[in-house]
Design a protein around this ligand. Sequence first.
Ligand code: ADP
Length: 189
Amino acid sequence: MLNIVLFGPPGSGKGTQSEKIIEKYGLTHFSTGDMLRAELDAETELGLQAKSIMEKGELVSDEIIMGMIRNKISSESDSKGFIFDGFPRTTAQAEGLDKLLAELGMKIDVMLGLEVDRQELIDRLLKRGKDHGRADDNLETIENRIKVYKDQTSPVMGYYESQGKYRGVEGVGSIDDIFGRLSGIIESL
Ligand code: ADP
């Protein structure tokens, strides 16, 4: 099994690189952002609760997120491995994930970090907002998402670093070049 956390600020390319990693290594995708957007579209109770939080760029509660992950993991026991994208986003989520995986006799092998500077992130997300109309891709929400990332999410990097699992790559360049950097690390594991 190969279990990866793909890490990086909003707009760093986690979704794009996840797709390529999944295609090449046959992993199961866990994107908490996609899972929440599916709940929103289906207008579930959970989706209704999450909507205003996501529109502001704040974090949905650890309890809701851990519940979604727990449900999905238990139905994926035959998988070749997991890629976590946009999760864990707080140290509490990282601890929750370690505990959940340990219960199942599994562990995280590596955290791959996409490193991109702030102005590039803002430019990419504004462009995505124009092209795809995602409600949270407007300047005010983008700036808050980056702040929330800095304050609440970046400590998660230290959590994996202290376990010797963090590997950062330059997240700027062509999609294939960045994928080459990531697969180089995966294959060296
Ligand atoms: P991005 O990384 O591009 O900002 P995502 O699609 O990963 O976007 O997440 C969109 C929003 O969904 C976040 O701003 C947050 O409100 C919510 N969200 C997604 N994943 C989590 C998580 N693990 N914990 C808390 N909130 C989350």
